[in-house]
Design a protein around this ligand. Sequence first.
Ligand SMILES: *[C@@H]1O[C@H](CO)[C@@H](O)[C@H](O)[C@H]1NC(C)=O
Ligand SMILES: *[C@@H]1O[C@H](CO)[C@@H](O)[C@H](O)[C@H]1NC(C)=O
Ligand SMILES: *[C@@H]1O[C@H](CO)[C@@H](O)[C@H](O)[C@H]1NC(C)=O
Ligand SMILES: *[C@@H]1O[C@H](CO)[C@@H](O)[C@H](O)[C@H]1NC(C)=O
Ligand SMILES: *[C@@H]1O[C@H](CO)[C@@H](O)[C@H](O)[C@H]1NC(C)=O
Ligand SMILES: [Cu+2]
Length: 223
Amino acid sequence: MRFTSVAFLAGLVSAVSAHFHLQYPGPRGAFVESSEPTFCDNYGDATTNRTTFPLNNGYYSLNSEHPTWTLGVIISAVQNPNNFANFTDSSGKYQMVVNYFETSGEGSFCAPINISAAGIDGVKDGSNVTVQFIFDGGDGALYQCADLTLSESTTAIPSDVSCANASSAAVTYFSSGVTPTFSATATSSSASSTSTSSAADAKAVVGVSGLVLSVLGGLLALA
Ligand SMILES: *[C@@H]1O[C@H](CO)[C@@H](O)[C@H](O)[C@H]1NC(C)=O
Ligand SMILES: *[C@@H]1O[C@H](CO)[C@@H](O)[C@H](O)[C@H]1NC(C)=O
Ligand SMILES: *[C@@H]1O[C@H](CO)[C@@H](O)[C@H](O)[C@H]1NC(C)=O
Ligand SMILES: *[C@@H]1O[C@H](CO)[C@@H](O)[C@H](O)[C@H]1NC(C)=O
Ligand SMILES: *[C@@H]1O[C@H](CO)[C@@H](O)[C@H](O)[C@H]1NC(C)=O
Ligand SMILES: [Cu+2]
């Protein structure tokens, strides 16, 4: 139907400029859309205004501006992680604290995160850690970071933070350790702005592939 194809094209066009915003825990600095394809939204260094965040029963909240998206969360126990390698273990694997999953729906998304369950070295009550959210809504991998101090005794999510899902779409997790093939359409023009966050590092996180097909498939399914 003509209507369907117009909606489909509109989806593709809006995907070009839309991204995601981490709401809670708060990111390192104000959201900069053009920098989101780079390490930590191009905030290279850890902040000192860390969020006290639950070790066991936390929630994270984000806003998706894409209709279909993939998310994973990696963690570093380095005091000032300023490059992707600081989020890997001694064998070079990314330390996942939320395994990659796919879902759909624009707007708020708020889900549990149990940081201790990941069993990462050096991650315990009182640890300073950084979590990096890796999101792909069809225009390439996007990154936002939050610097935390973990606590066993803090509440799951502050009462003044909204925790709601805009959509009731099902979440499909990839198997543990599996990295999805992300869209390769991201611009990496700003990747050289910090020497510690090269495009090569970013590709190492998301894998190298031109498979926009799975994203197109998702959009088609929605249309
Ligand atoms: C930390 O401070 C920076 C700079 O003022 C601010 O942009 C950021 O939102 C703060 N982060 C948190 C989690 O409060
Ligand atoms: C955690 O980070 C804060 C602020 O950056 C720092 O003052 C504190 O000493 C750190 N704590 C530990 C256990 O490293
Ligand atoms: C963090 O990364 C830097 C740069 O690669 C490296 O020199 C440093 O040893 C890393 N820190 C830790 C604790 O792994
Ligand atoms: C979080 O994980 C820890 C360690 O696996 C477990 O003991 C605890 O019950 C979990 N907490 C929640 C709220 O799921
Ligand atoms: C949002 O959806 C996720 C995934 O289904 C779920 O784990 C989470 O509990 C939901 N959040 C709320 C606030 O219901
Ligand atoms: Cu986008």
